[in-house]
Ligand binder design. Structure first.
Ligand code: S3P
Length: 165
């Protein structure tokens, strides 16, 4: 088992940190949202629009199943991945799960002008989404990093330290 999985809210930097970490480890970078978009030929926003959130969650579970046997990978997940306990279990068995934990102020700052690509933000406040999920992130993670005020590189360095690297 040689995989690092990043979980956390929209705007916590999972994709940027995942890419940087993969470079530094010479691992492959995988992004679950990106795989869904590629295989469906549609953006996440279009999938939500055309097929609804429940279809998206189904696709998300299929992707987690497919990637869960890979190693030497860094996985950036969609923020809602932990809503499904099957995903949580698979990811926890796959490798080290790291929760990138940010304050609402920091997440909002990172998400400026990104609501178009995050369909849930059109209908739900970030704080309410976090309230519902906070315990799920904590439960799903082996380790947690407080990301407020840290750069992408600093977060990647914290993760490498956790890995003893
Ligand atoms: C979602 C987060 C998004 C994407 C989808 C749903 C969520 O990914 O999977 O819009 O439920 O929090 P990011 O966390 O990469 O923005």
């Amino acid at each position: 088992m040689n995989a690092i999985i990043l979980i956390g809210m929209m705007g916590s930097g999972k994709t940027s940190v995942g890419k940087r970490l993969a470079q530094r480890l010479a691992f492959k970078h995988i992004d679950t949202d990106h795989i869904i978009e590629e295989t469906q030929g549609l953006s996440i926003a279009r999938i939500f629009d055309a097929h609804g959130e429940s279809k998206f969650r189904e696709l998300e579970e299929n992707v987690v199943d497919k990637i869960s046997k890979l190693s030497n990978v860094v996985v950036s997940t969609g923020g809602g991945i932990i809503l499904n306990p099957v995903n949580t279990l698979r990811l926890k068995e796959m490798g080290t799960v790291i929760y990138l934990k940010g304050s609402i102020a920091q997440l909002e700052q990172n998400l400026k002008e990104a609501s178009d690509t995050r369909p849930l933000l059109k209908t739900h406040a970030l704080a309410v989404i976090l309230q519902v999920r906070a315990a799920l992130y904590e439960h799903a993670a082996h380790f947690c990093i407080e990301i407020d005020g840290l750069t992408i590189d600093e977060i990647a360095t914290e993760i490498l330290k956790i890995q003893g690297l």
